[in-house]
Design a protein around this ligand. Structure first.
Ligand code: PEP
Ligand code: MN
Length: 263
């Protein structure tokens, strides 16, 4: 189902009116984690003003340490819904367990499968059954073949609305948090009809590298970007070092537009 040879024309995933994989580059931005209503609303307004059409915000956070902030859970999800109501941004959040899929799917426009769950096959089946558009991140150390097979699990349940997200893989290099594999973009385009976006925030882990890698992702043919933005990254409860301040996001969008213009 994922294979281009079975469906030569590109798939356009319609997230309640926002089309990913069509002519427009779609920008998804927002905090790594929803921390409070105020933090979310400030961020949501800023990213909307800068040109984002979708809001990201984690409420169930898969943290490396069990002692790190785990997210506001269902309360955070309500803040995401409020932000959509107030601003008209479409919302995407990560779902981490099968029992929550239905309840989360009722609230959001798109479900995210995080890198750590890319091969959680039961979870993939469940988001497949939900029928909601799915943002499928590449696993921490997954090959493109494994990643496409994960997409196949979702599609095999009758859900064709899968958007792939390259977010870096683990390599021997430790200078960056992950190694952003931008060659995945044209590789996916040649192997599959599915749209692909890039996450330079998790892909690099470093604020100073996000703009250049975002520009490179668009030049490589990505259908969009997902970027972490926080009003005060120093105080962020997760991923502060890779979060852009609102004015930095605004600057990134301007640079992206220039790249898109010349393509
Ligand atoms: C995220 O986008 O919030 C996230 C946890 O990313 P990843 O699953 O790519 O690590
Ligand atoms: Mn994050």
């Amino acid at each position: 189902l994922v294979n281009r040879s079975f469906k030569p024309q590109p798939t356009v995933v319609d997230v309640d009116g926002v089309k990913i994989g069509g002519d427009d580059i779609v920008l998804i931005a927002g905090p790594c984690a929803v921390e409070s209503r105020e933090q979310l609303m400030i961020t949501a307004r800023a990213v909307k003003d800068a040109g984002a059409r979708m809001l990201r915000g984690g409420v169930f956070k898969p943290r490396t340490s069990p002692y790190s902030f785990q997210g506001l859970q269902w309360e955070g999800l309500e803040y995401m819904v409020e932000a959509r109501e107030e601003l008209g941004l479409k919302i995407v959040t990560e779902v981490v367990n099968t029992q929550d899929v239905e309840r989360v799917a009722e609230k959001v426009d798109m479900l995210q499968i995080g890198a750590r769950n890319m091969q959680n096959f039961q979870l993939l089946r469940e988001v497949g059954k939900s029928g909601k558009p799915v943002l499928l991140k590449r696993g921490l150390a997954s090959t493109i073949e494994e990643w496409l097979n994960a997409a196949e699990y979702i599609m095999a349940e009758g859900n064709p609305n899968v958007v792939l997200c390259e977010r870096g893989i683990r390599t021997f290099e430790t200078y960056t948090r992950n190694t952003l594999d931008l060659s995945a973009v044209p590789v996916i385009k040649s192997k599959s009809h599915l749209p692909i976006i890039v996450d330079p925030s998790h892909g690099t882990g470093r604020r100073d590298l996000i703009k250049p890698m975002a520009m490179a992702a668009i030049a490589a043919g990505a259908d969009g970007l997902i970027i972490e933005v926080h009003p005060d990254p120093k105080s962020a409860l997760s991923d502060g070092p890779q979060s852009l301040k609102p004015d930095e996001f605004d600057d990134l969008v301007k640079s992206i537009s220039k790249i898109a213009e010349v393509l």
